[in-house]
Structure formats: structure tokens, C-alpha cells
Design a protein around this ligand. Structure first.
Ligand code: DQA
Length: 150
């Protein structure tokens, strides 16, 4: 079965308890279930991961990129957390693997501190979904699915 990746960066393991007024009360494991339901609805397998470590996220992007090239995956929904605003290495990983990425942020980063307004990922993403809460993940899976069947 074709795979869709959902990759989450630092501190997203704290979803549900971390600043619920900003990120809501849905936990990471409930979010995984929501993503699995959507993937299943579309006939896709889900690989859902979270890491607080930049290098591991890079390894997963390489893995996902290779699987897209092998015809086994449609790409990745990616919430890089704070690495969004700092990581040239993640930018280069997405660019270098040509991995189709839809960048997701739960909060509306543009309504927040100025340091959250710049993303190193957006220039190499196919699209971005910002500020729609955890529903953004479902929309991003749909978008990747739509792109892959065009
Ligand atoms: C976030 C926004 C980032 O600025 C922040 O560092 C996060 C979460 C979001 O989903 O809204 O960790 O990516």
C-alpha cells in the first residue's frame, strides 16, 4: 500500500498539555489516530513520527524521499516545530531529496512573535497550512493525495 508520512519536530510530543490556548488539547496520539483515519479513508498507509532531534528528522526525510522515488510513498506532511525557523539543514534535506512536503503549523505563526514569521521550509514545500489547528494535518494529507493523483 502507498504510504503517507507525517513527521513532527521538537516539542510536539507535548501536544495536549503544552500551551493549550495556542495548540489546543488534542494529544499527539489522538492526532496520530485522526491522521490514520484520513489516510485509511484515502487508501493510504500512515507512517507517523515525532522527534526532538534535527538529525533524526533529516534521516526520516531522506527515507521518505527515497520511498517516493521508489513509487512507495506520496510524500510527507511536515510540522518542523521550532526548527521551521532555524534549520537550513532541514531545508536542504527536503530540497535535496525532492520530497513532496506540505508544511503544517497548528498555530497561526504569522499572528505570533516575529521570529516565527520566517520559515526555512516554506520555499521547498509544495504548500503550507497554518493556523487551522490539528485539522491542518488532515487537510495536508488530502492535499498530498490530490497532488499525487494529478
Ligand atoms: C508550530 C509553530 C512553531 O513556531 C513552534 O515552534 C512549534 C509549533 C505549530 O505547529 O504551530 O513548536 O510549528
Amino acid at each position: 500500500m502507498t504510504v503517507v508520512y507525517v513527521l513532527n519536530g521538537p516539542n510536539l510530543n507535548l501536544l495536549g498539555t503544552r500551551r493549550p490556548e495556542v495548540y489546543g488539547t488534542t494529544t499527539l496520539s489522538i492526532l496520530e489516530e485522526l491522521c490514520r483515519e484520513e489516510a485509511t479513508r484515502l487508501g493510504l498507509d500512515l507512517v507517523f513520527r515525532q522527534s526532538n532531534h534535527e538529525g533524526l528528522l533529516i534521516d526520516w526525510i531522506h527515507e521518505a524521499g527515497a520511498r517516493v522515488k521508489a513509487g512507495e510513498s506520496i510524500g510527507a506532511v511536515f510540522n518542523p516545530g521550532a526548527y521551521t525557523h532555524t534549520s537550513i539543514a532541514l531545508h536542504d534535506a527536503v530540497e535535496g531529496t525532492e520530497l513532496p512536503v506540505v508544511e503544517v503549523h497548528i498555530s497561526n505563526v504569522h499572528r505570533r512573535e516575529a521570529f516565527r514569521h520566517h520559515s526555512y521550509i516554506s520555499p521547498v514545500a509544495r504548500g503550507t497550512i497554518v493556523g487551522l489547528g490539528v485539522d491542518g494535518y488532515r487537510l495536508a494529507i488530502d492535499a498530498l493525495h490530490g497532488m499525487s493523483s494529478r
